[in-house]
Design a protein around this ligand. Structure first.
Ligand code: ATP
Length: 418
């Protein structure tokens, strides 16, 4: 199969918009690699450059060691499935799946068994004789995948293939896709804006913002040990608590982080304290996940419970704590300022932007995109209500080992191992 390497790849569209900036990635043979990020971050553009559907402005693309910048798509040994895997309406499911074999002039009688096997793996064996119009959305996507995979491509590219399906079907198909591409050993690049899809499917994930790579790692690495504040905020449901703190290095106490009238010291034995010395006198942002806070009468943080939300498997408590917070949600809406985009998508984006301006009196519409908006609530997780009610005063202990520290430029203060 195929190893995919992008080396300092840039994409500047003819209107001057710089959609992909210096992206370097190495995707080994057989890996399931997910490109994740908000709408407009450049993930489809990267996929299309790998496919040969979009020219690379600068940088290089290598497919199994071969420079591929100018290789025609048909010579790249790849197959692609989009959001709406369009099928040939007058061909049966079997006819759709076999189409690439026919085009390649393969012996159809020898391939019949392969078509049945693949359709069985995709759970559509019973539909082989039917026309696409008689299939459900999920079945149609399975056929599109069968058609893409029948010739065993070296690279399988998928652009939001599940986004038109309902939630239950998405979960089911996501698991099946993972199992299928792994059993075939095909290098897979998968584009999504859905963090759950990315974390559950990927061997490794790349997170993008405004065309810039934010982080690359296994799902656990990017979630537990994110390299940037954007990654931490984007991979967070419920939103991660981002607390602004000032930094003071103290010879005896270690590094003292002050937020509101509360203080937290990291002793010199903690590696993060050493990394924080360079931030003395400056501000950092503490990333504290909702499950890294717990009620404790001796806890460092104090506040009043504003609301309790029931989420089925957990409760989330929102606490007014009098500390300056950065709104993690502000990182999700990431559309960069952009000149006119041709076609329907551009029109849609312009319409969406208009909607935002109309609703500008809503507080959320005023959240700036750099995430500097301050909101008042800390969020923490409870397995049960545990006797806590709205209006209660609570103290919260922080699991200090899990605090993430971000400098003003959004990067982690301490070293991130990958
Ligand atoms: P989505 O999920 O919404 O498709 P994405 O992350 O896949 O988002 P891309 O489709 O890669 O985003 O687009 C990245 C940026 O490039 C967007 O701002 C988009 O408007 C812009 N763009 C895409 N195609 C063109 C084009 N032909 N000319 C100018 N700008 C473009």
């Amino acid at each position: 199969m195929t190893e995919v390497v992008l080396d300092a790849v840039n994409k500047i569209f003819p209107d001057g918009f710089h959609a992909v900036r210096d992206v370097t990635l190495r995707i080994p043979d057989g890996e399931v690699f997910v490109l994740l990020g908000p709408s407009g971050c450049g993930k489809s553009t990267i996929l299309r450059m790998v496919a040969g559907l979009e020219e690379i402005t600068s940088g290089s693309l290598w497919l199994s060691g071969r420079l591929a910048n100018h290789l025609p798509p048909r010579e790249r040994d790849l197959a692609m499935v989009f959001q709406n895997g369009a099928l040939y309406p007058h061909r049966s499911v079997r006819g759709n799946i076999s189409f690439p074999l026919e085009v390649a002039g393969e012996d159809m009688s020898a391939s019949a068994e392969r078509i049945v096997e693949l359709s069985r793996a995709l759970g559509i064996e019973e539909t082989l004789g039917r026309l696409p119009s008689t299939l459900s959305g999920g079945q149609r996507q399975r056929v599109a995948m069968g058609r893409a995979l029948i010739r065993q491509p070296g690279i399988f590219l998928m652009d939001e293939p599940l986004s038109n399906l309902d939630a239950g079907l998405r979960t089911e198909l996501r698991m099946e896709i993972g199992a299928l591409v792994r059993s075939l050993g095909v290098t897979t690049l998968y584009v999504t804006h859905d963090q759950t899809e990315a974390l559950t499917l990927a061997d490794r994930v790349a997170i993008l913002r405004r065309g810039v790579l934010q982080d690359v790692g296994t799902p656990q690495q990017v979630y537990d040990d994110p390299a940037t504040i954007f990654t931490a905020a984007f991979l967070s449901a419920p939103p991660i608590n981002l607390v602004r703190a000032s930094v003071r290095a103290d010879q005896t106490e270690g590094v003292v982080l002050s937020f509101g009238d509360q203080q937290l010291s990291l002793p010199w034995s903690d590696d993060r304290a050493t990394a924080l010395v360079a931030q003395h006198g400056a501000s950092v942002t503490l990333g504290i996940r909702a499950d890294a806070l717990r009620p404790d009468p001796e806890g460092l943080l104090a506040g009043r419970v504003r609301t309790l939300e029931f989420h089925g498997h957990e409760w989330l408590a929102h606490v007014e704590a009098g500390v300056a917070l950065v709104d993690a949600d502000a990182f999700r809406d990431d559309e960069p300022a952009h000149a006119e985009t041709p076609g329907d998508r551009g029109l849609l984006r312009r319409l969406l932007k208009t909607t935002k301006i109309i609703s500008e009196d809503a507080p959320a519409a005023r959240v700036p995109h750099d995430g500097t908006h301050r909101r008042s609530d800390l969020v923490f997780r409870l397995e049960s209500r545990a006797g806590i009610s709205a209006g209660d005063n609570v103290r919260l202990a922080i699991d200090t080992d899990r605090i993430l520290l971000f400098a003003e430029d959004g990067r982690r203060v301490d070293k991130v191992e990958r």
